[in-house]
Design a protein around this ligand. Structure first.
Ligand code: NOJ
Length: 556
């Protein structure tokens, strides 16, 4: 494939409600993002993915859209959007939007019409089913946000399906007219100057047509709905049609939230003939909890298991294509606490982890605040949370028998709101985020961990991230995107080491994510970047690594 802009890109995710508030209402907005684009250009990002800012009742913070072409008034106007795109163009930053096409809001006119008149053609834009023989929901699927995945429509006596909240009814992709409406939305935004899309929950668009009940897996008698809704046979026909109709002809970048893709199907999703440009690599992001969707069961994982998962994930995509590499996003608690044990939640660890992640094969994505080494929020009580999922998680932990105190502790570790508290720009009132009352509390770290302070401190996480991004976009960018990946085994579980190769050039990335000194035999070379002043100290072939030291070098 010819060279494309994303081949050397680093993408930065913005959660608009929490990034920058230009009008003082306590909620971030598009004009705020525009104000901060220069900051992002200075950081060295090539594209921003902005989480949804479309018209929405905000049950799921914008992932419940009631007008796909409208801007929610909280975030501004279409003129604000056009101004954002214009400024981004001047700075050479691409804009990526979040396409939420698995479901709409229950306030979308299509859904309202579907409820108002079951004979209207809009009824078939959604998934309505008759009750089971006992009059209850058609099957026992549990929605991802808790409770039955079916909601009764009193007027007709039928139920509609919602994989997420009941205010997020699933769209019926079997209906070609609905699909065309969605493709028109994509075209409309492309005409307005966007360069690509992040595809929300896209592996859920095909359902098992027999809608079977599944073996119950919880005290509620319900069952995880994934087997009936995720990456179902036949999804390829929808994804191929969408690619060939809207993305392919306009050479659009797409990154899919494609959960549940088995390794043997990866080649269908990414690579030159994939449905998408890339998909997120989620293979290790939930390593702190046990697999199987039981979010409150901690895994007690080790750093060595994290290292193994990273290596395996790289190997899995090697022959197939590139994944989107990320440590954080708006659905995950902050990286330090999630990946590393207590005692390692330091700025030094943020730099070392950032180094390991940045040069993996694929397209790096950063999430706002990651470049400051952001930590989880010190929550004090349940009333502070906003997130619909957090509230459900708390209830499910109680239902599973945890005490209210333990359920709260578990929620603090896993809540999505950890990453949704406002971005901190300086240590003045409102953290530079707002002149009003912020919609979520400001992190008490504000006086230290903010952009202004870190810009002034040459040893800050932010200034280190600038170096990471500069190295990534330099002469080795093609190697970082698609070069070979080879893990270098090391007896110490905290020592991450890998080689990246292309066209006769080899780059070594090493990080000692531990509190002990380490050493290892690695190829010699010229140090390109390091966390420590005297980085890359060696005796012969033996490289000595301080605790939390990371080094990137070009091998001789
Ligand atoms: C995934 C999004 O990232 C998440 O924030 C949202 O709640 C669900 N999809 C539903 O749209």
């Amino acid at each position: 494939m010819s060279k494309q802009w994303w081949h050397n890109a680093v993408v930065y995710q913005i959660y608009p409600r929490s990034f920058m508030d230009a009008n003082g209402d306590g909620c971030g907005d598009l004009a705020g993002i525009t104000q901060r684009l220069d900051y992002l250009a200075g950081l060295g990002v090539d594209a921003v993915w902005i989480s949804p800012f479309f018209t929405s009742p905000m049950v799921d913070n914008g992932y419940d859209i009631s007008d796909y072409r409208g801007i929610d008034p909280r975030f501004g106007t279409l003129e604000d959007f056009d101004a954002l795109v214009a400024r981004a163009n001047q700075l050479n930053i691409k804009i990526l939007l979040d396409l939420v096409l698995n479901h709409s809001s229950d306030q979308h006119p299509w859904f309202k019409a579907a409820l108002a008149d079951p004979a209207s053609h809009y009824r078939d834009y959604y998934i309505f089913k008759k009750p089971a023989a006992n009059g209850g929901p058609p099957n026992n699927w549990r929605s991802i946000f808790g409770g039955s995945a079916w909601q009764l429509d009193d007027a007709s006596g039928e139920y509609y399906l919602h994989v997420f909240a009941k205010e997020q009814p699933d769209l019926n992709w079997e209906n070609p007219r609905l699909r065309q409406e969605l493709y028109d939305v994509v075209d409309w935004w492309l005409d307005r100057g966007v360069s690509g899309f992040r595809m929300d929950a896209i592996t859920y668009i095909k359902k098992d047509p027999s809608y079977p009940s599944l073996p119950p897996d919880g005290p509620d008698g319900l069952a995880d709905l994934s087997p009936g809704t995720q990456t179902r046979p036949g999804i390829g026909a929808f994804l191929t049609e969408m690619r060939d109709t809207v993305f392919g002809p306009r050479n659009v970048f797409t990154v899919a939230e494609a959960t549940g893709v088995p390794p043997q199907q990866l080649a269908d999703f990414i690579g030159d003939d994939g449905y998408f440009t890339t998909i997120f690599d989620f293979n290790y992001c939930d390593i702190d909890i046990q697999p199987g969707g039981i979010w409150h069961a901690r895994s007690g994982h080790t750093v060595g298991q994290l290292r193994q998962a990273v290596y395996e994930s790289q190997q899995a995509s090697l022959a197939v294509g590139q994944c989107a590499i990320m440590l954080e996003n708006h659905d995950l608690p902050r990286a330090l606490e999630r990946y590393l044990p207590a005692g390692l939640h330091t700025d030094a660890a943020a730099k070392a982890l950032g180094t390991v992640s940045m040069f993996l094969r694929g397209i790096p994505f950063l999430y706002q605040g990651q470049e400051l080494g952001a930590r989880n929020f010190p929550w004090e009580n349940m009333d502070q949370f906003d997130d619909v999922s957090t509230k459900d998680q708390y209830q499910r932990a109680l239902d599973a028998g945890h005490s209210s105190r333990r359920a709260f502790e578990l929620v603090c570790l896993r809540s999505r709101d950890n990453a949704r508290v406002p971005m901190l720009w300086h240590d003045g009132p409102g953290g530079g985020f707002t002149t009003g009352r912020p919609w979520l509390p400001l992190h008490p770290d504000a006086p230290a961990r903010n952009v202004k302070n870190q810009e002034q401190d040459p040893t800050s996480v932010l200034n280190y991230y600038k170096k990471l991004l500069a190295l990534h976009r330099g002469e080795y960018c093609a190697l970082f995107y698609s070069g070979g990946f080879e893990a270098c085994p090391h007896k110490d579980e905290g020592v991450f080491a890998y080689l990246r190769t292309a066209g006769g050039t080899t780059i070594l990335v090493v990080a000692n994510i531990s509190l002990q000194q380490a050493e290892g035999v690695f190829p010699q070379g010229k140090v390109l970047l390091g966390t420590h002043r005297q980085t890359g100290m060696r005796t012969g072939n033996t490289l000595a690594l301080c605790p939390m030291e990371a080094v990137v070098l070009r091998c001789e």
